[in-house]
Design a protein around this ligand. Sequence first.
Ligand SMILES: Cc1cc2nc3c(=O)[nH]c(=O)nc-3n(C[C@H](O)[C@H](O)[C@H](O)COP(=O)(O)OP(=O)(O)OC[C@H]3O[C@@H](n4cnc5c(N)ncnc54)[C@H](O)[C@@H]3O)c2cc1C
Length: 427
Amino acid sequence: MHVAVIGAGIVGVCSAAWLQRDGHEVTIIDPLEAGEACSFGNAGSLSPSACLPVGMPGMWKKVPGWLLDPAGPLTIRPSYLPSVAPWLIRFLRASRRGEVERIATAMRGLLGPVFEAYTPLLQRAGAMGLMRRTGCLYVYSSRETAQQWRWGMDLRRALGVELRDVDREELEALEPDLKGRFRFGILAPENGSAADPSALVKAIHARCIADGASHLKQRVTGFAMRDGAVAQVRLAGDAPLDVDAVVIAAGAWSALLTRAVGLSVPLESQRGYHVTVQSTNLALRHTVMASEHNLMVNPMDVGLRLAGTVELAGLNAPPDYARADMLLARGRELFPHLDTSRVTRWMGHRPCLPDSMPVIGRAPRAENVFLGFGHGHVGMCGGATTGREIAALVSGRSPEVDLAPFSPERFRPGRRGATAPRSGAAA
Ligand SMILES: Cc1cc2nc3c(=O)[nH]c(=O)nc-3n(C[C@H](O)[C@H](O)[C@H](O)COP(=O)(O)OP(=O)(O)OC[C@H]3O[C@@H](n4cnc5c(N)ncnc54)[C@H](O)[C@@H]3O)c2cc1C
């Protein structure tokens, strides 16, 4: 079949690569080069342990305090609050205990195979060096403080995530540069990271092109339907493209396209920021997650990346780099000897559904349209497995992961998860 893959982020290129392995002819469509949108500047963590949703039980109590604190982990632009309110209500409903357990179980199924799903793609691309398996350290100021996150850690353990308590001495041996800052840690040894997320996307994309895929640098504007299926993809600056199947993997912009095939999904951008520091005097070996500081720090080929924060302001508002500066300030606090003379700042749109799960499946009203978007905070980790599962659906094979929880229809009124008015804050 001739399959059009819309989006050249991590989900799109992995879908393209897996589709090619099944013998399909692939056209990637994206006005940007591969790996230049959200997949460019993320924290690169490949963490099968990251199966918890963003909304956790009791979080609603913290939200007002966060919003009042300019350095808090969440900010909402006041003018955007009315648009995002229905999405927030759904988000908070998905943070109830029973929902969190259901979501974490589903996400563990998707994220668990991260390395087995990436390995064939990166081996073929000659880019195995871009995937590291060095583990993640969750670090805390004390063992007592870590108790705040205990329920979530226990849930992960119950789902088979390996998590090992690390006392102060071992922590300092594992990461000498954290000495004196943190007194307790939890090691997730099965986790890994991308040495450079954008380079990883570009490497898989380059291999797809070398294997015969083409990349149309165009924006998709809609579809021409025939007999309940998409016959052509409409492009902003070119003649329509004849297709046998379509994959929508357009990240935070996907809801604009699903509407054209009659599907409304409450997709929201959780804007996140990074600073990447060219510091030669701080050497971390693991991905470090400092939960009390809402900060992820990852040593990469491109420098030491400090990433985090959530800003709700939609797809069109300009970046507020004060959020990135805040990450840098926190980094300086944690690592006083960090050399911050050479720093780059970035903002990206995390594609987020209120239940922190992506949509993976066939579009209900267009039988040859397949959906892979909404991976939120874990798209790098879930990208390769999603691509593998989408290729299975396109090729008529049974998926290896239980895709029922990721159904595109779950937000329809009356379905589980459809807990708010229809007029959700679609992208
Ligand atoms: C600060 C930050 C830190 C993060 N850290 C991590 C992490 O450590 N680990 C992890 O797993 N994830 C992390 N993430 C999340 C991860 O980056 C995203 O989930 C992932 O990159 C989403 O990939 P994607 O392919 O869906 O979207 P994108 O990479 O955004 O790609 C979508 C593409 O679709 C294209 N497109 C959109 N509309 C159209 C159209 N109409 N026609 C054609 N093309 C179109 C866009 O141009 C874009 O190139 C982080 C995100 C942020 C912001």
